[in-house]
Design a protein around this ligand. Structure first.
Ligand code: BES
Ligand code: MN
Ligand code: ZN
Length: 494
């Protein structure tokens, strides 16, 4: 979608549709008030008659309002608060997008960034307006004859104060960069497992390398992975014809000596469970088991698009997890790259196996901090549902920074404890560490405890995105989370 900005007298705007906010209790927003005097009290009369209540997300589309030059006017409910809560603001934007789309409007002028939002500045509001708008317009119709693209093609962000024009332009640029990265993450997530294989992810990384001079990519194939002694990653790949890949992307935006932020993303392109086979219900959703990897590719795309002045490394271990005559069996013991032996008690706990080798590999980049992102445990969906990503780590400052980035981006995370009492649940009679703990208790935490055995040498945090990476049911599809969180975090490092 195209986004522009314009400063003009509000009642003189000529557009297919002008979007303005109204509040509960028959109160107009500042913009609506200004417009209403040109419209001779028309909007007030509509509120008075109760055609729109003004609850957050209410919308009412009007045509040919007297005194106005715009063809249509979309009234959007903004609730009764003087200052709108940030998450409510995002909801209002989503309702706006849905109403514009339903009406088939191609071009709109949007004044919603002039609304007061609690603790947020204009820059934030415009970035969110753009990101949210692009998110709404996203379609995944690669395999459909009928494409059904979004009607809305262009939005003008209304600028109330001329001196804000540059701020708005820059916020549009940032919002679009985040949206581009998030859309890439959604596309990759939505691709079926027969298309999006480990080598497909490697090719995608190379496409990113081609697009940006600041990005360098290195791909290790099965032979090179073997040379690196990544026995845990290889043990997961054994059951599959598709070969594994270890993909590294280096983004150079900072100074040469600046220590990088390292992002490690789980890239299981299909998780059948392996010999510990999953039940068949909803097994198709295990094509989403590479959404951690997708979020790394999306985040690096977004920051390269922005030209963020820092260094970032992405590491993606990628494989399928399949049963087969060569597949790893429960009880097998394998040697991880770190030198620790692992007893594989359940082949469905494969994410931690591929991540532990990638986390060991990550140390060579002398990272400032390491964050891994993974659809790691069903238990995380039980604990937090689809609203927050699980967050654990060995460094409180890092965890706090990620929580804050989640709040600011609206792509929220919630912290869980990583206490030694949980770590003590990981005991094997036959190897240094088992890949699962005895029981089902605290599954998200014990999975993170497993990872923590491989991250002793640096500041590390883990995002479990099993609940947040995709939606199911009628809305089934990748969300592109946690790209907004990660980009916000990286921006806070500059
Ligand atoms: N990819 C799954 C986690 C998952 C399951 C994410 C369902 C989203 C929805 C992961 O590889 C897995 O299978 N984890 C097991 C771990 C168990 C065997 C300890 C799980 O959560 O059941
Ligand atoms: Mn699994
Ligand atoms: Zn998995």
């Amino acid at each position: 979608m195209k986004f522009t900005t314009k400063h003009a007298e509000i009642s003189q705007l000529s557009t297919d549709c002008l979007v303005i906010g109204v509040h509960e209790g028959k109160r107009l927003s500042t913009m609506a008030e200004a417009l209403d005097s040109a419209a001779g009290g028309f909007i007030h009369a509509i509120l008075k008659d109760g055609d729109i209540k003004g609850k957050p997300g209410d919308t009412l589309l009007l045509r040919q309002v007297p005194g106005l030059t715009c063809q249509r006017l979309l009234l959007v409910g903004c609730g009764d608060e003087k200052e709108i809560e940030p998450n409510i603001f995002s909801r209002i934007l989503a309702a706006t997008g849905a109403a514009l789309d339903k009406a088939g409007i191609k071009r709109a002028s949007n004044t919603l960034a002039t609304l007061p939002v609690k603790g947020r500045d204009l820059d934030w509001k415009v970035t969110e307006l753009v990101r949210n708008g692009e998110h709404q317009a996203y379609r995944f119709s690669r395999f459909k004859k009928e494409r059904n693209p979004a009607a809305l093609r262009e939005q003008t962000v209304y600028c109330a104060d001329k001196s804000d024009l540059d701020t708005i332009k820059e916020a549009i640029r940032i919002g679009q960069a985040i949206a581009t990265g998030q859309a890439l993450a959604r596309d990759l997530g939505n691709l079926p497992g027969n298309v999006c294989t480990p080598s497909y992810l490697a090719d995608e990384a190379k496409r990113i390398e081609k697009r940006y001079d600041t990005v360098k990519v290195k791909v290790l194939d099965k032979k090179a992975i073997t040379e690196q002694k990544m026995g845990a990653l290889l043990s997961v790949a054994r059951g599959s014809k598709e070969e594994p890949r270890l993909i590294t992307l280096q983004y150079h935006g900072g100074n040469k000596g600046d220590k990088p932020q390292v992002l490690v993303g789980k890239g299981v392109t299909f998780d059948s469970g392996g010999i510990s086979l999953k039940p068949s219900a909803a097994m198709d959703e295990m094509k989403y088991d590479m959404c951690g990897a997708a979020s790394v590719l999306g985040t690096i795309t977004a920051i390269a698009e922005m030209g963020l002045p820092i260094n970032v490394v992405g590491v993606i271990p990628s494989t399928e997890n399949m049963p087969g005559d060569c597949a790893t069996k429960p009880g097998d013991v394998v040697a991880s790259m770190s030198g620790q032996s692992i007893e594989i008690l359940n082949t469905d706990a494969e994410g931690r196996l591929i991540l532990c080798d990638a986390l060991t590999y990550a140390a060579q980049f002398k990272p400032a901090r390491v964050i891994d992102i993974a659809t790691l445990t069903g238990a995380c969906v039980i604990a937090l549902g689809k609203h927050a990503s699980g967050l654990l780590g060995n460094d409180d400052a890092l965890v706090d920074d990620l929580l804050e980035a989640g709040k600011l981006s609206g792509d929220r995370a919630w912290a869980l404890p990583l206490w030694t009492e949980y770590d003590e649940q990981l005991k094997s009679n036959f190897a240094d560490i088992p890949n699962i703990s005895g029981g089902r208790d605290a599954g998200t935490i014990t999975a993170a405890c497993f990872l923590s055995r491989f991250t002793k040498d640096y500041h590390w945090a883990h995002l479990d995105i099993a609940g947040t990476a995709w939606l199911d049911g009628a809305e089934k599809g990748a969300t592109g989370r946690p790209v907004p969180l990660l980009v916000q975090y990286l921006r806070s490092r500059c």
